[in-house]
Design a protein around this ligand. Structure first.
Ligand SMILES: *Cc1c(COP(=O)(O)O)cnc(C)c1O
Ligand SMILES: [Zn+2]
Length: 440
């Protein structure tokens, strides 16, 4: 192994306060080397490999498969991610945040399929989560874990959505303090959301990656629980519920491919883990190909993929894109994210900011679902995937829409035109309608 000394020194651990033992957790396994840890020495990342050595929470699948029945889960009335509680690393009776996270709608999207030129498309609308993005899934699980462990302060760095998720779900619980590190350049709607929920908000004069480092350092110094993406293995476990839902909502027949936009690579890693768990349980026959879409200006993972780089050789570099949720200079979950695509026979691809902007109204007009730029990138990426031959005409695809359009109204407003000023009388209205029809 050729890891750098600084990475070895970077291993981050915390003391487990409850010595909670969950019979079904087999072990925590490092994504880089063959390092295994037991569930009662829970850590953030592998002490041998440091920050690149993110951990998988693995279960006793044989035992779970004997005990659990997917039809029983399908019969559950819980309209949220807790319907999968037996597949999550929390105690059976742990209190969870009261808001309904997950179990978001999955819509058939025939006009999207037609526009793409493929047989079947479905949309998984994670913008319908309580705070408007998929990040709620990770925050809900991390907060449950924090409560189990007796932490009173939970903190994260974020480009906006992870912070909103933590702040909102934190506000749904009594006696949990939330501290957020966010780049001061985040869209103002996202910052407003944090402040509305009452989180302590630190506007870092720097990039998301600067905010991330600062947050990790402060968590260590102050003894707070860190929700930071990738570093905390519970984030992957929370995000995997999106895959569990996609499978269940399609009667355990996953599509040929799932497409999702990628920044830190945590969502695509979570999807991989969810489908992996289901495959190990024998509940699905095969895992869908995972196709990750990056913005051309923030394509660290896509470039590493094309170059065949090992995750350990990825270096931080400056990035820029209008899709703030997928801007990442050093994707935190890079090791798991490369694996997700490699092991499923998927791919990474990039789309330009222009394509992302165009995709916002295009997608909304073909589906009725208004998404933020980072999610519009997924639709732009699906178009590219078809042209690049990554998706066949007779295949089915799920577009995972990760964030609500109301998250970044300013950007949306810049990419659509129209709206006709009229005097407040019907003659003026009729005149305006006549001339707008002539325009068509
Ligand atoms: C966080 C986020 C992504 C990217 O997820 P990663 O885990 O960083 O790859 C995509 N879209 C939206 C809306 C997000 O909030
Ligand atoms: Zn390791």
């Amino acid at each position: 192994m050729s890891q750098k000394l600084s990475e070895v020194a970077g291993g981050r651990a915390f003391r487990d306060r409850s010595h909670l033992t969950m019979a079904d957790i087999l072990e925590l396994r490092c994504v880089i080397g063959d390092c295994r840890y037991s569930s009662d020495e829970l850590r953030y990342t592998c002490p041998v490999h440091g920050e690149i050595g993110t951990l998988d929470i693995l279960y006793d699948y044989e035992n779970l498969a004997r005990r659990l029945d997917r039809d029983e889960i399908s019969a559950s009335r819980e309209p949220n991610c807790w319907r999968y509680r037996p597949l999550l690393p929390i105690a059976p009776d742990s209190p969870v945040p009261p808001l309904d996270v997950g179990w978001t709608p999955l819509y058939p999207a025939p006009r999207i399929a037609q526009a793409l030129g493929i047989k079947r498309a479905v949309i998984k609308d994670d913008g319908a989560n309580p705070t408007g993005s998929l990040k709620d899934r990770a925050s809900a699980l991390v907060l449950t874990r924090a409560l189990e462990q007796g932490f009173t302060t939970v903190s994260t760095a974020s480009t906006g959505n992870a912070a909103a998720a933590l702040a909102g779900l934190g506000a749904s619980l009594p006696a949990i303090e939330i501290v957020i590190f966010v780049p001061s350049s985040a869209p103002s709607a996202k910052i407003a959301q944090l402040l509305v929920y009452g989180a302590e908000v630190l506007l870092v004069e720097g990039s998301y990656d600067d905010a991330f480092e600062l947050c990790m350092e402060t968590c260590e110094a102050e003894g707070w629980y860190s929700r930071n993406t990738g570093v905390n293995p519970f984030t992957t476990e929370g995000k995997k519920t999106a895959a569990l839902e996609i499978a269940e909502q399609l009667a355990w027949q996953p599509p040929d491919a799932v497409i999702v936009s990628v920044g830190d690579g945590s969502i695509i890693s979570g999807l991989y883990k969810g489908f992996y768990d289901l495959k190990r349980l024998g509940w699905i026959e095969r895992m869908p190909r995972l196709i990750g879409v990056q913005a051309a200006g923030s394509a660290v993972l896509a470039d590493a993929w094309s170059a065949g780089l090992d995750a350990r050789d990825i270096r931080r570099r400056p990035v820029t894109t209008i899709a703030d949720s997928i801007a990442s200079e050093l994707p935190r979950d890079r090791a798991k994210a490369l694996r997700a695509v490699r092991e499923t026979g998927g791919a990474y691809l990039t789309v330009s900011d222009d394509e992302i902007e165009r995709a916002i109204p295009q997608f909304a007009r073909l589906s009725g679902v208004f998404v933020e730029p980072a999610a519009a990138a997924t639709f732009a990426g699906a178009q590219r995937a078809v042209t690049a031959g990554l998706l066949d005409r007779d295949e089915s695809v799920c577009l995972l829409m990760t964030g609500n359009g109301l998250k970044d109204v300013e950007r949306a407003r810049q990419v659509v035109s129209g709206g006709t000023r009229v005097a407040a009388n019907i003659a003026a209205v009729q005149q305006a309608l006549k001339s707008s029809r002539c325009d068509d």
